[in-house]
Ligand binder design. Structure first.
Ligand SMILES: [Zn+2]
Length: 289
């Protein structure tokens, strides 16, 4: 393994942000930090079939996902000029707020939460709920802090020139996100693999990338794509594979599916999409435990 990469791995173990993930490449033995990997989920990883939807070619832009149907999130390049990467309408306003404006935003959110609580039949003056609207506002701002992340800051100087052309996998990165349809959490694990093309990314940055996109309102499918496309854009690698296994509170808590069900999504780009062997190697390495 390269000295650059090794150095980054040693940095990684000192990096408190990445303590929840299990970074590893195929050339290092698995780190055992006790983070579990659901064995039932392994069997539910489907081998994705390459999608060759030529119909969408008229909407084709310079996007690594040009075989997928167009959406504002996949048509635009994942890294835009300001580096915010698929920002939502209010993201810029939020990121540029001064302290006073941020306070006012928090106040508006908590006022709205108070209305919700009252409409639900609660007494917002009872002791337990007195500061709940403010707490909730702060919590929501944290859960969606990814809107304030800039991909350039996330990646910083962690792209290294390297002759490594073997598969790199970071497995079991924990993510916590919010379902944009129900505004309730979904959470689980993301596994990211890529085959470099002269450039590698510091391993902890893969986890940061996943964090940046998951701390927004999301659907799991889009989250999967965004991580894969951003990595493709950053490294121009031979291929990228992202698999997410997640539990959605909107499903498990409403009795639609049994508790413990997990949703698996995958996005395969480049050689992972084209070569079944590469894809199988990746999925095999995910399941090996
Ligand atoms: Zn939902």
């Amino acid at each position: 393994m390269s000295s650059n990469l090794s150095r980054d791995i040693s940095e990684l173990s000192l990096d408190p942000e990445s303590s929840s993930s299990t970074p590893q490449s195929t050339s290092t033995p698995p780190l055992s930090n006790g983070s579990g990997y659901s064995t039932t989920a392994q069997t539910s990883i489907n081998h994705p079939k390459p999608l060759r939807n030529k119909k969408s070619s008229m909407n084709r832009l310079d996007s690594p996902l040009d075989t997928r149907p167009a959406s504002p999130y996949t048509l635009n390049p994942p890294i835009d000029s300001d580096g915010l990467s698929w920002p939502s309408v209010g993201a810029r306003k939020r990121i540029e707020s001064n302290e006073e404006e941020s306070k006012q935003r928090e106040k508006r959110i908590s006022d709205a939460v108070k209305v919700i609580l009252e409409e639900l039949g609660e007494d917002t003056n009872r002791e337990g709920l007195l500061e709940t609207p403010e707490r909730y506002a702060r919590a929501m701002l944290f859960f969606t802090k990814g809107y304030e992340d800039n991909i350039r800051d996330v990646i910083k100087r962690a792209v290294f020139e390297e002759d490594h052309d073997e598969m790199v996998i970071v497995r079991d990165i924990e993510i916590y996100s919010l379902c944009e349809h129900h505004l309730v959490p979904f959470f689980g694990k993301v596994h990211i693999g890529y085959i470099p093309n002269k450039k590698v990314l510091g391993l902890s940055k893969l986890a940061r990338l996943a964090e940046m996109y998951s701390r927004r309102f999301q659907v799991q499918e889009r989250l999967t794509k965004q991580i894969a496309m951003a990595l493709t854009e950053i490294l121009k690698p031979q291929g990228v594979a992202v698999v997410i296994e997640a539990t959605h509170m909107c499903m498990v808590s409403r009795g639609i599916q049994k508790t413990g069900s997990s949703t698996v999504t995958s996005c395969m780009l480049g050689c992972f999409r084209e070569a079944q062997k590469t894809r199988e190697e990746f999925l095999g390495l995910l399941g090996k435990r």
